[in-house]
Design a protein around this ligand. Sequence first.
Ligand code: PLP
Length: 462
Amino acid sequence: MRYISTRGQAPALSFEEVVLTGMASDGGLYVPETVPQLSKEELADMAGCSYAEIAFRVMKPFVNGEIDDDTFRGLVKDAYATFSHDAVVPLNQLDANHFLLELFHGPTLAFKDVALQLLGRVLDHFLNKRGERAVIMGATSGDTGSAAIEGCRHCDNLDIFILHPHNRVSEVQRRQMTTVLADNVFNVAIEGNFDDAQAMVKASFANQDFLNGTRLVAVNSINWARIMAQIVYYVASAVAVGAPHREVSFSVPSANFGNVFAGYMAYQMGLPVKQFIIATNANDILHRTLAANDFSKQELAATLAPSMDIVVSSNFERLLFDAYERDGHAVAALLERFQEEPTALAEAPVAKLREKFASHSVDDATILEVIREAHHRTQEVLDPHTATGYRAAERARADAATPMITLATAHPAKFAEAVVKAGFPGVPLPPHMDDLLEREERYTVLPAELDAVQRFVAEQRR
Ligand SMILES: *Cc1c(COP(=O)(O)O)cnc(C)c1O
């Protein structure tokens, strides 16, 4: 198994190399050269297996023997032992044929834990083997930073620096990052906005001289291992509702498209999926592209589902590569045009996408209405991201007979603002976090200046 770039100009890499590399040198993203197949028998055999066992079986071909089976099994088991529910990602049946896949039982209460708990361990394993250390840098407006910190806090070979905009993340989100007091965790509050933080991280990846040769690793969703880990819950949940003997559909609250792309990989591996529904908030580039072939940037809107507030969906490129029959030149040309001006996909690729994908966009007022309505019908309090998926599942599903699985991407306690706005008294944090607001915090405030940030990273790393 080798990994190739969506723009066709970068060298093919092994699994180990692709995990330790972020973006391809040609600006593209890495995808597997061939998609491993899960036979009907292999899928049927997963019924009744633990989540960790299914995870091992689904991911093994991507790892390609580069981690021996026993070691990899151990990493997977440890990663998912951090989840507070024995099923790791339990399915919650809402009505006769609509299920919620609860992806929020990890340490930081959002689905990003599923991938980052594993990624930290896989990175540490490879670095240990190579006798190297690495530095992780990331910018966050919320969920990714805390999940990355939780995923790396026990990794001896990694130092992690997460930049967040000072005074512009919610208290719960900040504290989920700043109360992790491990020696290898560095929280930096930037006196600027998220874009300032993001720009400094990008500049640091572009020129890594300030680290004197130490590797800088990306843990954002362009890292292939994150996609790989997310394929697993599509397979596990589908098998739980009857795959491979019947088809299932998924509704996915989407932003950078990493989550739903992982579902598409599961489908390509042989999982019988009838339909993927892409749910967006008011930042609806994915919906406009699918529904109207309007592939253009629009100004960022701050919504009640902030983890889905994006202008560009970076992982959509991976799907485009497939839609364009793996023609890297065509993908590169399209994305260059897209950077300059509003554009559209060619007819054949857009038709191909519409065979499997539908989409629906949900504005803030509707998010509040859905939280109330879903509670009235099912007694569940949905978080605002999950609410977009719930509504999209109802509005865009192809048929009522196919089981619909809506991905619940965050715990409602993490996004209390929307829940309270919807008229609920708030949702308590789960027991393991109920003293979060009293815990000691540690972070460093720095100006939004590249030099200051890079000096801090260079000095503090161990
Ligand atoms: C990151 C995130 C999303 C969007 O996921 P993508 O993989 O970027 O499409 C949705 N909901 C929540 C709660 C998130 O944290």
